[in-house]
Design a protein around this ligand. Sequence first.
Ligand code: S3P
Length: 438
Amino acid sequence: MTATPETIVSRPIARPLDGWLRVPGDKSVSHRSLMFSAIASGTSRIRGLLEGEDCLATANAMRALGVAVTREAEGDWRVVGRGLRGLEAPAAELDLGNSGTGMRLLCGLMAAQSFSSTLIGDASLSTRPMRRVINPLSAMGARIDSVDGHAPLVIHPAESLEGVNFEMPIASAQLKSALLIAGLYAASPTTLHEPAPSRDHTERMLSAMGAEVTRDGSTVRIAPCQRLEAVDIRVPADLSSAAFFLVAASLVPGSELTLEAVGINPTRRGVLDILEAMGADISLANPQTVGGEPVADLTVRGVTLKGARIPESLVPLAIDEFPVLFVAAAAADGVSEFSGLAELRHKESDRIGVMAAGLRALGVRVEEGDDWVRIEGGQLAGGTVDSHGDHRIAMAFAVGASVAAAPVTIGNAREIATSFPNFLELAGTAGLSVGPAA
Ligand code: S3P
């Protein structure tokens, strides 16, 4: 696989997108499969693991904690679990790179260990809010130092952790997962109340490994755990990566593209519902359950998308897909309105501000508030945009350019490698025209 260039150019395309594609493994499931296998008893085989930089950082962190993690073939990994209490003190800082999931989940895991550790990340990760995990973990007995609520996080050994009964202030699977992981090690049960559903991969995988995780409406509870059993894991293709092609094929007339074995977990499906509300034609075939996660082949056909008002209830279920959904709205007929988006300002970049600036640079009329966006659809112009090192923003503009009036140059695009290392190759296979800037 070739390295992703710093600046890319995406050009309008004349032909429809067609054929079959398999996008890489789900990022959320990949992180969890590495971390949970590391603390299970026995050896796990993971197939379809995403080999993007974020998950490779998690794999390296597990190695630094004394876990044998080996890549047997592309996407095919083996982890020799050390049991819940078998991790070793790392010799150096654990570098999670660009990954919020890596840092927040690992914070929950490290808080329960009998040794100290330090979690660091890149410039973007070092600006992202960590108090959301530090405060409730501290209430459980964890001892975590931060730089004003940000990484580096220095995690000291805790005497013991107690379970908590915690009202989550935000719908965040990273927060929920950090607390569930710490809850495995607590002396009493941990009960979490979610304000809205967030992705439940942690609950599914820990249950499959033998943890006692129960759900009652918006409440999830985990019991103290003595042992997790290693399991073989098949990682579904990532719906968040498939989303770029769902939008591209929807926008280009005459397209018919099938994306194979994509995860369609109900807590992730918001992008399908939002695109459907905009008039997209997406059909599901071959539904199966793979490793406890529902998957299906998705076939998408070109249509004229129309603007829509998107209900807030769908936001946590599509939280990573808004950059490309904003592009869909910008190229649709009519006005789209999105609300309840406050969390987007705390992602790999401020996804409201950076997307609004990029869309305006391409001639789109965009209004924004703290937590809302209004986009007038029409013809995108060519131009230059800055993705501010945000992988999903770079890929979203690569999709938008395919129906723009002229090429779009996209700066700070290298981070595409964090979640979708073969994006340029697959985009070419599907019929997009995107490559390094000359
Ligand atoms: C993730 C949860 C979401 C999402 C992120 C992956 C996870 O973050 O944006 O890309 O794997 O748990 P939040 O929990 O901050 O919403």
